[in-house]
Design a protein around this ligand. Structure first.
Ligand code: PLP
Length: 414
């Protein structure tokens, strides 16, 4: 791998995964000022054709076989909210008993908070499935939580903080066996592995196009026709657009850019994933030349040491997203502060994320890391490195160099 010219700022946070390349920006501009797609003039018809083509592309890449509705939304947060609310609302309209839903405790807050709100209002009973200490949700735990009144299970395909990929096919199978609706938030995984919902037995899924080189503010919820009909699902935002399932004049510039980004993201996907995985490995190996590194599993089974070590909470195994690396700087003698590391890295032009703040004021701790029940030591040193399609070996080398420099400068290493 060759290092290209240095960049002013190296983004290894969400910016790395949500980059909008020039051709996508160009497409967005081209489709600005085309008018209202519901109108009757030529450019409005072009807009309708654009949406039709976009739906056809998603449909063909995901093998939807005309069996799913593609409802464009303003973001995946809306998709998650909309699906949950419409299922619960339809149930309230058509049944007498209080339903029960199952989600994981590490879902994105858009889904988690929505489910908690619905439960607080008394519209549903709620079970939250906790992850194991490595961040995975187990199908068996989901199965054991099913009640006679369970109507919906929603478990994310891959977690945004750990990159842990759940076996949603096994969970979907359990749901199907009990005639329970199965929804998955696949915002993180969809850009890496286009899912085929018919093969996996998925009734509905949420996606966001800013994870696929598109703009923020364009998402979709894709729902099986059978589920829509059987459960009498209705719009949460009423109007005539999206076949009456989600009102609002469509965001044509956003959709045009999302379409372009979607096609671009899907191009040579396996090669891009392999490159990302190699870069993740390159970073892990690079760090291990300077500091002792352990996987979290190794860390848990080895005796404590007084040296600073780096613990990898996500690994290069297939069960993690190729571009996500959650690590923690741990020292048994000193209090490591991930916020200080993040700020010092920013001073060096390297941007990373922290999942959980080092001062462990509970309100600041990431719910995902907290739910994994890691120790305070691990929590306080946690940093998330995100690699995107345009991350290169120069970015990886810059990170390793500056990270080691920062740890020394903060007296976290000798
Ligand atoms: N779900 C997951 C797993 C995410 O990572 C995100 C955002 O990154 C969302 C949902 C929300 O997506 P949006 O920003 O489009 O609302």
């Amino acid at each position: 791998m060759e290092c290209s010219t240095g960049k002013a700022v190296t983004y290894l946070d969400n910016n790395a995964t949500t980059l909008m390349p020039p051709q996508v920006v160009k497409r967005m501009v081209e489709w600005t000022n085309k008018g209202n797609p519901s109108a009757d003039y030529k450019s409005a018809k072009d807009c309708r054709k654009l949406m039709e083509n976009f739906r056809a592309a998603i449909s063909s890449k995901c093998g939807l076989n005309n069996q799913y509705h593609i409802i464009f939304t303003s973001c995946a947060s809306e998709s998650n909210n909309m699906f949950l609310r419409s299922v619960i609302e339809a149930h309230r309209m058509n049944s007498k008993f209080t339903p029960h839903i199952i989600i994981s405790s590490i879902e994105h807050k858009s889904l988690l908070n929505c489910a908690v709100q619905l439960a607080k209002r008394g519209y549903t009973e709620l079970s939250l499935i906790r992850p194991d200490r490595f961040g995975f949700i187990h199908a068996e735990d989901v199965k054991n939580s099913i009640r006679p009144n369970t109507i919906l299970i929603s478990i994310m395909q891959a977690n945004n903080e750990t990159g842990a990929i759940n076996d949603i096919s096994a969970i979907a199978k359990i749901a199907k066996g009990k005639k329970i609706i199965f929804h998955t938030d696949c915002v993180q995984s969809f850009s890496k592995f286009l899912l085929n919902p018919t093969q996996l037995g998925i009734d509905a899924f949420s996606i966001s196009f800013h994870k696929m080189h598109g703009p923020a503010g364009v998402g979709a919820v894709i729902i099986s026709n059978k589920i829509m009909k059987l459960h009498h699902l209705e719009a949460e935002i009423c109007g005539t657009q999206n076949e009456g399932m989600r009102g609002g004049t469509e965001n044509i510039p956003g959709l045009a850019a999302a379409f372009e980004g979607f096609l671009l993201s899907a191009e040579n996907r396996p090669e891009k994933n392999s490159k990302m995985l190699l870069l993740k490995q390159h970073i892990m190996q690079g760090l291990s030349k300077y500091i002792e590194c352990k996987t979290y599993r190794e860390y848990l089974s080895s005796p404590p040491t007084n040296n600073t070590i780096i613990v990898f909470l996500s690994t290069c195994e297939k069960k993690y997203l190729p571009g996500t690396l959650l690590l923690s700087v741990v020292n048994n003698k000193i209090d490591v502060c991930n916020g200080k590391i993040k700020n010092a890295l920013e001073q060096c032009g390297v941007i990373v994320s922290i999942g959980s703040a080092c001062n462990t004021a509970n309100s600041k701790a990431s719910h995902v890391i907290s739910e994994m029940q890691v120790s305070d030591r691990i929590k306080k040193g946690t940093l998330r490195i995100s690699l995107g399609d345009y991350t290169d070996v120069c970015d990886a080398d810059t990170f390793v160099k500056e990270f080691i420099y920062v740890l020394k400068n903060l007296n976290y290493t000798d």
